[in-house]
Design a protein around this ligand. Sequence first.
Ligand SMILES: C[S@@+](CC[C@H](N)C(=O)[O-])C[C@H]1O[C@@H](n2cnc3c(N)ncnc32)[C@H](O)[C@@H]1O
Length: 186
Amino acid sequence: MRVHLKMYAPREDSFFLSETLKGYLKKKDKKIKIIDLGTGSGIQAETCKNLGFKDTLALDIDRASVDFVRRKKIKAIQSDLFSKISKKDKFDLIIFNPPYLPEDKHDKGQDTSGGKLGDEVIIKFLNQARSYLDKRGDILLLLSSLTPRDRINKIIEKYYKAEKLGEKKIFFEKLEIWKIKEKSSR
Ligand SMILES: C[S@@+](CC[C@H](N)C(=O)[O-])C[C@H]1O[C@@H](n2cnc3c(N)ncnc32)[C@H](O)[C@@H]1O
């Protein structure tokens, strides 16, 4: 059973993604539509908002995270991945720092564990995200060396093209941030 322990407080992965996001947003039109999926404390959505990107929507499966982020005057909805978003809505940027650790008997938290092997939430995400991404839109996805990559890579190869924006070693894992676009986009 997946359990929720407490809201995900920003850690190394969050700060790495936030810094990369700042660089990515430098050349972007302030009017773009953004989703911060699995918003947690709202750090990524807040980065967007502070840089003037007002059309930013935060989503999280966790009620406490949604309530917390709303208090920062950021629009937030409780949603299991994109379940509460209409497929008619298309976004220019979808940011996701997913739960990516394999479940173990000590950690089954939905903020960190991405399922039994650690790739399950990311796989679901990649299968769904195409329906919500504008033709020219980007996904910024954080991946870890601790997450099995085979099934993730297969989906990326099938539907998307991907470019690594950065990597960082922390403790016993390597974090990577990928910019992912639909195959058909320019
Ligand atoms: C690693 S934390 C990242 C939090 C924050 N974005 C950051 O960078 O610090 C993963 C977040 O994803 C959320 N999450 C897990 N499964 C989800 C799902 N199926 N749909 C939406 N959010 C989910 C968790 O509640 C948690 O807040």
